[in-house]
Design a protein around this ligand. Sequence first.
Ligand SMILES: NC(=O)C1=CN([C@@H]2O[C@H](COP(=O)(O)OP(=O)(O)OC[C@H]3O[C@@H](n4cnc5c(N)ncnc54)[C@H](OP(=O)(O)O)[C@@H]3O)[C@@H](O)[C@H]2O)C=CC1
Ligand SMILES: O=C(O)CCC(=O)C(=O)O
Length: 419
Amino acid sequence: MAGTDNHSNPFKIAQKQINDCADVLKLGQSTREVLLRPMREFHVNFPVRMDDGTTKLFQGFRVQYNDAKGPTKGGIRFHPEETVDTVRALAAWMTWKCALLDLPLGGAKGGVICNPKELSQFELERISRSYIKAVGAFIGPDKDIPAPDVYTNPQIMAWMVDEYSSIIGKNQFGVITGKPLSLGGSPGRGDATARGGMYTLREAARRVGLDLSKATMAIQGYGNAGSYAASLAQSMFGIKVVAVCDSKGAVTCENGICADTVDAHKRKTSSVLNCEGTRNMTNDELLALDVDVLVLAALENTITERNVDKVKAKILVELANGPTTPDADEVLYRKGIHVIPDFLCNAGGVTVSYFEMVQNAYMYYWDEAEVHEKLDKRMTKAYHEVVELSEKYKINMRKAAYAVAVARVVEAMKLRGWV
Ligand SMILES: NC(=O)C1=CN([C@@H]2O[C@H](COP(=O)(O)OP(=O)(O)OC[C@H]3O[C@@H](n4cnc5c(N)ncnc54)[C@H](OP(=O)(O)O)[C@@H]3O)[C@@H](O)[C@H]2O)C=CC1
Ligand SMILES: O=C(O)CCC(=O)C(=O)O
């Protein structure tokens, strides 16, 4: 999560990445300044009645970073260590993500400082509804459209849609995506982040000449993104997943871990630790394993100067947002590790969210196969745009992704007369 120094503060990192990109694109000072700061942000404090009868004050944020290309879009995170700088960084990365995938959307992100693991379902529902009461005036299907992120899920999105609909006096399912299917959710949104990442992994493996059916994989983070990555890597490519971890620790088995067994174990015990047929290890040991593919699916600042030398994987799949610091990025590039950068790799989530918005607007729903096909097409195209620029100008994959995305945002800003 957010640190206070320039090396680990996610927003300082995001700003450094923007400045580096502005140098590559030779952008003028005024354009650079617009890109370096959020367009607007909301800080809200709201009281919530707890189950024991007391009232607790919670703090939340919604940052709308840049809407040059369309209404802003991005998830809501519930986390005890949430900070406004983390939310600002995530909102900036959403802006580049939507532009890279050519979605008619800008970027935003939200967060509430709370620990869902210590809350009852009723408390979680009241926090979700109160947050929407606090930011409701500033969101909307053609303004800013939230979605799930870390420690939020389709049930929380359903409460939020219901609250928003009460505020405006009519059903408005299109205000939020990542909803349950029966409330206007899209088929395929559940595993979209991981699936999109797997499409980019397939293309990357072809590029570097790695046979995925013989490859090994380790996965850091075992929530929505990480757990679907495990099952999809096995079902789509026959990859052997040899280690997985969550916030409590890691498990490994060199003969391969069955994703279904880990899923069942985690549902029962809330952790992957002590899963049958595996042995426990530390999360640091997992990151240093000699595997072909390392998937990062937890939080920011996982691969840093401190541990980058230990990474042995050939391909780094960044399903998390901001998992690699700029210093570590340079080392990975020099080591020849093929990084599929976060806002390319994890863009499957927002892409299917955009499909959900389209389906909500038309009140006509596609089947899952159609969603997969459309997602594959967009992810594959974006991957090739980035890798070709990276090879042509001999810059790392993240810098190439920035160049493609930021150029699109700047074009929109220019056409609108902002810069
Ligand atoms: N959901 C989505 O659609 C999208 C998510 N992302 C990004 O993917 C990442 C994961 O999100 P998502 O899967 O949705 O979140 P979830 O809340 O579903 O899962 C988060 C996972 O990360 C684990 N975790 C948390 N801290 C650590 C740690 N210090 N070390 C190891 N594991 C840890 C959690 O462990 P535990 O279970 O023990 O709490 C949990 O397994 C985030 O960066 C998110 O922003 C990006 C695009 C879209
Ligand atoms: O689905 C969405 O709108 C956003 C998902 C998200 O928060 C992300 O991509 O980081």
